[in-house]
Structure formats: structure tokens, C-alpha cells
Design a protein around this ligand. Structure first.
Ligand code: NAD
Ligand code: TDX
Length: 350
């Protein structure tokens, strides 16, 4: 596979993956297709935008003609599909945009790939998904690849639906796919609506830290570059038709994570110990809030030799350092200024 279409490459995980792939595989052509919604912006990729093996295409994954033309123009023979609406809270207020992008957009990509790849065996479609499709763990245990699907939010229902479509294409049309379901990612370039970047931005401005419910929900956190490395490995070495769980083996109750973050932030900002924690404000719980996610990634470790590389405390410091050094990035994404950035830099052409 040499001409790889990465969808959603201007977003959080996608930008890390695109950077990883263009550097590691100089003989591949990496085509980053992204609609540049509020969550995507090209400044995330400024350092690589002029590399000869990188091309950006602004398009909607739901647009049949646009996807068709990209497959023809670049002779795409590998797809790594990340484009999605990704924030649970937004899915509660606007489920339809999640159905559109996550379900219809995915099926549109599958259809186009199926059509272009008929009779070829040098092709592969990688669907990037989430552990949230498995629902909520209450009494210990971990999600494994065979855990029954039990999505609880409109976001996870849309991702579960897209996962089912990918498997259905594999079963019905012998469509060549691999898939992964990953836990919560953290690191640079995450839109400040998700827990960590939002709380870092609020602590800097001494604004309240809205903790949902009692703060006892548990998430399993993974350094985003470790996710990118896992995707690379599965894309190249994963068994066709298989799913791999990816996780950090790193569970935190939200409130414990927030207290650790507050401690790190006080130190980095030179503020008195306890300052940031005073901003903690308990607010109404997220509707249908899943209690606990925890991934068993042993299949990926045993079969492909992947392991997370970074201890969480180190990753958290690196994350905080990045957001403190990139305050302008936070301000610009929060003001929507990156939508204009694209127009200024590139106009409507692509
Ligand atoms: P993100 O919201 O940061 O980025 C999504 C990207 O998709 C943006 O660049 C956006 O512009 C683009 N996009 C949205 N709608 C589009 C459309 N219709 N056409 C083309 N592009 C469109 O998301 P993320 O956190 O980087 O997540 C990427 C993928 O990984 C998603 O599929 C998500 O479900 C999955 N995932 C995320 C996490 C996590 O912790 N963030 C964990 C597991 C899985
Ligand atoms: O303001 C907040 N207060 C709060 O208590 C926010 C934004 C979140 N939370 C809680 C909700 C969750 O228990 O923190 C936890 C993490 O929340 P998010 O950052 O919104 O992530 P989550 O809902 O767990 O989903 C994330 O991980 C799985 C990603 O957004 C998904 O795209 C991914 O699939």
C-alpha cells in the first residue's frame, strides 16, 4: 500500500498519525482528507505541509463525488479512517450530525473503496473506533475484543453503527478491513472541549473546572503518539478482518486525575499549592454518563508486540508544557479562527 488516504488528519489523533506516517514512510503518498470542522485545523500540521509525500484535500467524507475523485486522482490503495464527530457532549445536543458524519460518511467511504478496489489484493481499509462502543463497566473487568456492543450515548451509538457497517462489508463483500477500538487519548492538539485541554485552559485563566456528577467516573488514558504507533502497526501487520483493542492500562477516576493536573499546573505556573484545586466546581452530571472504561490490550501486545511507551505522569507534564507554550493555539481554536486560517492560506482550492 503506497497511496494512503487518512481521513480526519487535521484533527487531534489524525494530525499525530499523519506526522508519524509522512516521516516514517517517505516512499508513501499520504493524502490527508478533512472537512476542517471546528475540530480540525491545518496549523496542527504546519511543520510537514511542504513535504513532497504529503497532500491535503479539503472535503466532506459524505460527499460521494469528492471521495470518488480522490480515489481516482491519487489511486488510493489504503485508507485509515478517523474523520468523525468525536465529542460526547455535542452528540447529546446534536445527534444527527453524528449520524451523518460517523455513519453515512463511513458507509460512503466503504462504498467508494469497494468500487475502486474490486479484484485488487494490495488494498486495506482501517477503521479507527472507540472503546465507548462496549458501553460502561461497573463491576471490575476489562473490555476485550469479544465484549458485546452496548453503546450508551449518541456518539457511541454512531461509532458502533459504523463499526457494524465495516464488519458487514467484510462479511458480505469480502471487503479487506482491520479495525481498532481505543481508550481516551491525551496529548497536544486536542480541542479544548475535552477534559484535559479544557481544564488546562481554564486553570490558566482561573475559570471554574466543571466536574460532572461526583467525579468518580473512570477513564483509561493513552498518550496520543502511542495510539498513532499502534495504528501504524495494525495497518501493516494486523490480520485481515480482525479488531484490536488499544489502551494505556492507565485507569484514573476523573477527580483523582483532576487533582493531579491541579498540582502539576500550580507548580508550572508558580502558583501557591492548592490554587487550581479551588477552581473545582461540581456540576450536573452528563446525561447517561458511562461509569468506567478499561481496555484489555493483550491481543495487540501478544500478537503484534505493541506496548504504551510513556508513563502517565511524564505524559501529563509534556501535555501541560505543550498547552502552556501554545496559548495562542488554544485562543485561536476556541475563537474558531482556524476556519479562516485555511481560507487565508489556501483559498478554496485543493
Ligand atoms: P477530532 O474531533 O479531534 O478530529 C476529527 C477530525 O475529523 C477533524 O479534523 C474534523 O475536521 C474532521 N471531520 C469531521 N467531520 C468530517 C467530515 N464530514 N468529513 C471530513 N472530515 C471531517 O477527533 P479525534 O479525537 O482526533 O478522534 C479521531 C477518531 O478517533 C474518531 O473517529 C474518534 O471516534 C476516534 N477515537 C478518539 C478517541 C479520543 O480519545 N479522542 C479515542 C478512541 C477513538
Ligand atoms: O467538562 C468536563 N467535565 C467532566 O467531568 C468534561 C469535558 C468531561 N468530564 C468528564 C466526562 C468523562 O467522564 O471527564 C471524562 C472525560 O471526558 P471527555 O474528555 O469528554 O472524554 P470521553 O467522554 O471519555 O470520550 C473521549 O474518549 C473516547 C473522546 O472524546 C471520544 O472521542 C473517545 O472515543
Amino acid at each position: 500500500m503506497k497511496n494512503i488516504l487518512i481521513t480526519g488528519g487535521a484533527g487531534f489523533i489524525g494530525s499525530h498519525l499523519v506526522r508519524h506516517m509522512v516521516h516514517k514512510y517517505p516512499d508513501y503518498q499520504i493524502i490527508n482528507l478533512d472537512l476542517l470542522t471546528y475540530a480540525g485545523n491545518l496549523e496542527n500540521l504546519k511543520d510537514i505541509e511542504n513535504l513532497p509525500n504529503y497532500t491535503f484535500v479539503k472535503a466532506d467524507i459524505c460527499d460521494e463525488a469528492a471521495i470518488e475523485s480522490v480515489f481516482t486522482r491519487f489511486d488510493i490503495n489504503g485508507v485509515i479512517h478517523l474523520a468523525a464527530e468525536s465529542h460526547v457532549d455535542r452528540s447529546i445536543t446534536d445527534p444527527m450530525s453524528f449520524v451523518r458524519t460517523n455513519v453515512i460518511g463511513t458507509v460512503n467511504l466503504l462504498n467508494t473503496a469497494k468500487k475502486h478496489w474490486a479484484g485488487r489484493d494490495d488494498v486495506r481499509f482501517y477503521h479507527v473506533s472507540t472503546d465507548e462502543v462496549y458501553g460502561s463497566l461497573h463491576d471490575g473487568g476489562f473490555f476485550v475484543e469479544t465484549t458485546p456492543y452496548d453503546p450508551q450515548s449518541p456518539y457511541s451509538a454512531s461509532k458502533a453503527s459504523s463499526d457494524h457497517f465495516v464488519r458487514a462489508y467484510g462479511n458480505t463483500y469480502k471487503f479487506p478491513f482491520v479495525m481498532s477500538n481505543c481508550s481516551n487519548n491525551y496529548g497536544p492538539y486536542q480541542f479544548p472541549e475535552k477534559l484535559l485541554p479544557l481544564f488546562i485552559a481554564n486553570i490558566v485563566k482561573e475559570k471554574p473546572l466543571p466536574v460532572y456528577g461526583q467525579g468518580i467516573n473512570v477513564r483509561d488514558w493513552l498518550w496520543v503518539e502511542d495510539h498513532a504507533k499502534a495504528i501504524d502497526l495494525i495497518f501493516h501487520q494486523g490480520k485481515e478482518g480482525e479488531t484490536y483493542n488499544i489502551g494505556g492500562n492507565n485507569e484514573w477516576r476523573n477527580i483523582d486525575l483532576i487533582h493531579l493536573l491541579c498540582k502539576v499546573m500550580d507548580k508550572k505556573l508558580g502558583r501557591e499549592t492548592g490554587s487550581a484545586a479551588k477552581l473545582i466546581t461540581y456540576v450536573t452530571d452528563r446525561a447517561g454518563h458511562d461509569m468506567r472504561y478499561a481496555i484489555d490490550a493483550s491481543k495487540l501486545t501478544n500478537e503484534l508486540g505493541w506496548e504504551p511507551s510513556l508513563q502517565f505522569e511524564e505524559g501529563l507534564e509534556k501535555t501541560v508544557d505543550w498547552y502552556l507554550a501554545n496559548a495562542e493555539w488554544i485562543a485561536r481554536v476556541q475563537s474558531g479562527a482556524y476556519q479562516n486560517y485555511y481560507l487565508q492560506q489556501y483559498g478554496e482550492r485543493y
